[in-house]
Ligand binder design. Structure first.
Ligand SMILES: [Mg+2]
Length: 266
């Protein structure tokens, strides 16, 4: 039975191809989930504005979890922002520049053109990417010793630092796993029955999310390596990378546990 299933998914390198951002190899599984009424909830480092745009493109309904878990937006409800919020995150970066070893350049320090140049985003994409509520991507321009000292300051302030592909992210003391647990609790409080939670991710920052669900799915990377999750030997590791792996794993789970009678109606 698939009644009460909820799917949480990372985007880049998971539902979207690492290079082309294409999701079409995952369409058969996405359509199957949609027909069964199973929500697919994006969980990403992207902003709410970026995720709402993607949600529309992928024809998804329901909440989005943005900024690495620091922001949750439920349809028709006020957006939930993990404290301390964007302005205090910015203040932390700016105040610490009093120490020349803490040389950071954040989105908030850049013009839209500079964000576009550093990220490769189009103007419209960059506009959505800078609408931040609870975390700041930044370039570290100092040395390794300075970064080690900066990490201690971040911990002392009860904030977190995440290493992304090119940018580091400074955010509230939260993560994708905490946000997923909050969302499940919220859905249950709203009367939704949740019987099985599934999460798909490819990177180290998906670890907490994968640990927090019933069925973790590790999406293989393009270089054929994959995240190792020693604590969860039950995790599915896909044969294919990106959205093709997404399609493979979701279909496998639906075939294993799914309601065949519902499927034959499609
Ligand atoms: Mg990823």
């Amino acid at each position: 039975m698939t009644k009460g299933w909820v799917v949480f998914t990372d985007l880049d390198g998971t539902l979207l191809d690492h290079h082309t951002y294409d999701h079409t190899p995952a369409l058969p599984a996405l359509r199957r989930l949609s027909a069964l009424g199973i929500p697919v909830i994006p969980v990403s480092s992207k902003t709410v504005e970026e995720l709402k745009h993607i949600r529309q493109q992928l024809n998804l309904k329901g909440p989005v979890i943005a900024e690495n878990g620091a922001v949750i937006a439920y349809p028709g409800e006020a957006t939930q922002i993990a404290p301390p919020g964007y302005y205090l995150i910015r203040d932390f970066l700016i105040d610490h520049r009093a120490n020349p070893a803490f040389d950071t350049l954040g989105f908030g320090d850049m013009s839209l053109e500079e964000v576009m140049a550093h990220t490769g985003l189009t103007r419209d994409e960059a506009k959505r990417a800078v609408k931040r509520l609870a975390s700041e991507p930044f370039l570290w321009q100092g040395d390794a010793a300075g970064l080690a000292a900066f990490r201690k300051e971040v911990s002392a302030a009860n904030l977190r630092l995440l290493q992304g592909g090119r940018f580091m992210h400074l955010l509230a003391d939260t993560d994708k796993g905490i946000a997923v647990k909050h969302t499940v609790k919220h859905l249950r409080n709203k009367g939704r029955i949740v019987t099985r939670t599934i999460a798909l991710g490819d990177s180290d920052n998906d670890r907490d999310m994968l640990m927090s669900v019933d069925n973790p799915i590790i999406i293989r990377k393009h270089d054929d390596t994959h995240l190792s999750l020693a604590e969860r030997p039950d995790a599915i590791i896909t044969d294919h990378p990106g959205p093709a792996g997404w399609n493979e794993a979701i279909n496998q789970l639906l075939d294993q546990y799914g309601d065949q009678h519902t499927v034959t109606h499609l």
